[in-house]
Write a protein that binds this ligand. Structure first.
Ligand code: BGC
Length: 751
């Protein structure tokens, strides 16, 4: 049996041998527990009081579920069936770190009899589709409160990898393809989680943008391009979210594993960005002691259960003793961990297990889902559905019992259990789990005097027969995506043929998509309505029904481009498919920072549905667009009026198009937006302050530099639907966020 909970005998012996370095017993006044001091001072005081053994306690984590293949048994103090555990130091008042996945709720790890039924938010991508940081914050606060009540004080949330490829199996955990949108929404969720005085991570740092070969693949990307895309999403999430921890990723970048990448961890994250928290590894993401420690890794997660060796156990002490890892670096690891525990309030406000108000939490999840559902097509105003329909056919996707969710470590076991058993792989990342939030019940409730009939959709002919005799047929189409595998853009299990068959039988067809991300829609021209509901979570059925019946406006907007085919993607074929599991390979991100709509714009490609797109049931008009530049501060203002007779939710978007010679990766970038709710006839004045980085390019000599010339400011309803344009002129090159100001030629920031 592998030792767990207690450090290895070798390490203990070495620590005893170095007992001379041990400080005296903790002073009677434990100054670090004084909440009036700042977290840095508290961390320093606690560090000074720690023995070497205590310091080493904090840098190694344990998996909290058994791994029979490795004869691994979790420490008894860990919360059963959870992601991880780091022992505390009772003598100093430092509690254990109890870690749980993930970004949509409190997950349960498989392999035990423990099942933790919890509320599931809609997928991360669904929350990004709300374009609403406020609901993202509230969702984060909700799942963070469930984490607390479940005895967890570290939540492995904050997935902010950019959607570089719509086939990435984990896109559902992330915030979309644009760095500003993803960074802002994920940051809000992280703030919500941490408002519970627990730590949230952001992950997986960095460039972990596909699952195929995720532990072996090597990413090649130009430095500036990385800064303007994936890294910018992290940077914004860190600035706005202030997460206690960053989880480094499995992949390699320029041949170096992310968890031992000095450039990523020390130079960029901790150096240039001045990140004060700690870096924890992804589970099984560490491959060395000295390289990882010296590169900036602070805590090895689930070491003995996942890594080849527990690198931050005895090997780290040996490396420290030999001087290959400086004692100061070990102190820095511990100081950073302590700082985050103090800064978030984790130490001052210890977690206590307690009751959860599942009803209230499901309602919040539903509100999030409602805001994230995107109305993609509404021919002949088929939607909203009338309450006078007499006969409605519901078809497919187990809509009679639930809504599908995404698989892998983020999987939440729903309250009430999985209503559809035995689907998908029996091992990780399966099985397929449905949230018992049935669209059928929610729709039938709204049509009390009508026949609402369900067909499983297994046989297209039977589904078509039901549709033929109905006023409206609603086909639920699903795509299960999961960690550890990438997806196809084609709906699985012949669902395209099912939709075609139903569309032939009835001209009034609505397709409700429950997908991890973009899918192809060969039947689009033959159906009336299309709703993208993503993985809608614990309140999914009600949320879908409320949008279908127009009880709320359709207010979601796409956080990701839907392509017409794989041929439009930067890599029509995913790299690494079919290679043996351990074979190293490289992915060249030749598109650089031109991710998603930027790629489509740059290449002049016409997407199926553009980034930012989503229909509403009402109408708005925009007026008075003004843009002014004060130094590097671009201020955009405009007015929005609800010109319809119903409540409208609208998300005006501002894009900035640089001068042709501006050197940016693509014709335009999203620079801001505002989500609005407007009563009939009501107006709103909107002001958006644009982050100067969104006008600039990353240049090694300085940092972000804004090129001179005329910039267009577009007020738009999607990346392909501009309503008004204004212009501003940058007179001379403007260095902003200069990392190396002495290298800057002109610095007009003071002007
Ligand atoms: C995933 C992480 C997750 C961890 C712990 C890894 O496989 O990549 O996102 O937090 O497992 O479950």
């Amino acid at each position: 049996m592998i030792m767990s909970g207690i450090r290895s005998i070798g390490l203990l012996a070495l620590i005893l041998a170095s007992a001379l370095a041990r400080p005296a017993d903790a002073p009677s006044s434990q100054g670090w527990l004084d909440a009036r001091l700042d977290p840095d001072a508290r961390a320093e005081l606690a560090l000074q009081a720690m023995t070497l053994a205590e310091k080493f306690t904090l840098v190694e984590g344990y998996y909290a579920a058994p791994r029979p293949a490795r004869q691994y048994v979790p420490p008894p103090e860990a919360r059963p069936a959870s992601a991880g555990y780091v022992p505390g130091i009772a003598r100093l008042g430092i509690p254990p770190q109890w870690q749980t996945d993930a970004g949509i709720g409190v997950a349960t790890q498989r392999g035990t009899n423990t099942v933790r039924q919890r509320t599931s938010l809609p997928s991360g991508l669904a929350t990004a589709a709300t374009w609403d940081p406020e609901i993202a914050f509230r969702g984060g606060a909700m799942i963070g409160s469930e984490a607390r009540a479940s005895g967890f004080n570290v939540m492995l949330a904050g997935g902010v990898n950019l959607i570089r490829d719509p086939r990435n199996g984990r896109n559902f955990e992330y915030g979309g393809e644009d760095p500003l949108l993803a960074g802002t929404i994920v940051a809000a969720q992280v703030r919500g989680i941490q408002s519970n005085h627990i730590v949230s991570t952001v992950k997986h740092y960095a460039l972990n943008d596909q699952e195929t070969g995720r532990t072996v693949l090597n990413v090649e990307i130009d430095d500036a391009a990385a800064r303007e895309s994936d890294l910018l999403a992290f940077q914004i999430a860190l600035e706005q979210g202030q997460p206690g921890a960053v989880m480094c990723s499995y992949n390699r970048v320029h041949e170096i594993y992310a968890c031992e990448d000095r450039w990523l961890l020390s130079q960029v994250l901790k150096g240039e960005w001045k990140y004060p928290g700690y870096v924890m590894s992804d589970w099984g993401g560490v491959h060395s002691t000295i390289d990882a420690a010296n590169a900036g890794l602070d805590q090895e997660s689930a070491a003995s259960a996942f890594d080849k060796l527990a690198y931050f156990d005895t090997p780290l002490l040996e490396a420290m003793t030999s001087g290959e890892v400086a004692a100061a670096r070990v102190n820095d690891m511990v100081r950073r961990i302590l700082r985050s525990l103090f800064a978030t309030g984790l130490i001052d406000d210890p977690v206590v297990q307690g009751p959860i108000n599942f009803e209230a939490d499901a309602q919040l999840s539903q509100a999030d889902a409602e805001e994230g559902i995107v109305l993609l097509q509404n021919r002949g105003e088929l939607l909203p559905l009338s309450s006078r329909l007499e006969r409605v056919a519901l078809i497919g996707a187990h809509a009679d019992v639930g809504v599908i969710s995404g698989g892998g470590s983020s999987q939440v076991t729903p309250v009430g259990g999985n209503p559809v058993k035995g689907v998908g792989p029996s091992d990780f990342p399966g099985p397929v789990v449905y949230d018992p939030a049935a669209p059928l019940a929610a729709i039938a409730k709204r049509l009390p005097r009508s026949a609402v009939l369900y067909d499983a959709g297994d046989d297209p002919q039977s589904a078509a027969r039901l549709a033929a005799g109905s006023d409206v047929a609603i086909v639920f189409a699903q795509q299960w995506t999961a960690e550890g595998q990438d997806a196809s853009l084609t709906l699985p299990e012949a669902q395209d043929a099912l939709i075609e068959a139903v569309a032939r039988a009835n001209p009034h067809v609505v397709v409700v998509l429950e997908t991890g991300g973009p899918v192809l829609m060969p039947w689009l021209d033959r159906v009336g309505g299309v709703l993208e509901a993503w993985y809608p979570g614990s309140g999914g059925g009600e949320a879908i029904a409320r949008v279908l019946f127009g009880e709320v406006d359709a207010s979601g907007r796409l956080p990701v481009t839907f392509p017409r085919s794989e041929a439009q993607l930067p890599r029509p074929q995913l790299d690494g498919v079919g290679l043996p599991r351990d074979q190293l390979f490289s992915v060249h991100y030749q598109e650089g920072a031109a991710v998603g709509y930027k790629w489509f714009d740059q290449q002049g490609l016409d997407p199926l549905f553009a980034f930012g797109f989503g229909l509403s049931y009402g109408h708005v008009t925009y007026s008075g667009l003004r843009a002014a530049l004060h130094g590097s501060a671009l201020e955009v203002q405009f007015d929005v009026r609800n010109s319809s007779a119903r409540f409208v939710s609208d998300t005006p978007q501002v894009y900035v198009a640089p001068p042709a010679a501006g050197g940016t990766e693509a014709p335009k970038r999203l620079a801001g937006w505002q989500k609005l709710a407007l009563a009939p006839g009501a107006s709103a004045h909107v002001r958006i302050d644009v982050d100067p980085r969104l006008l600039g390019n990353w240049q090694a000599q300085c940092g972000w530099v804004i090129a001179p010339g005329q910039y267009s400011v577009l007020l738009a309803q999607s990346a392909r639907l501009t309503r008004a344009t204004a212009h501003v002129t940058v007179p001379a090159a403007l260095p902003v966020h200069c990392i190396n100001p002495s290298a800057a030629v002109v610095d007009t920031r003071a002007e």
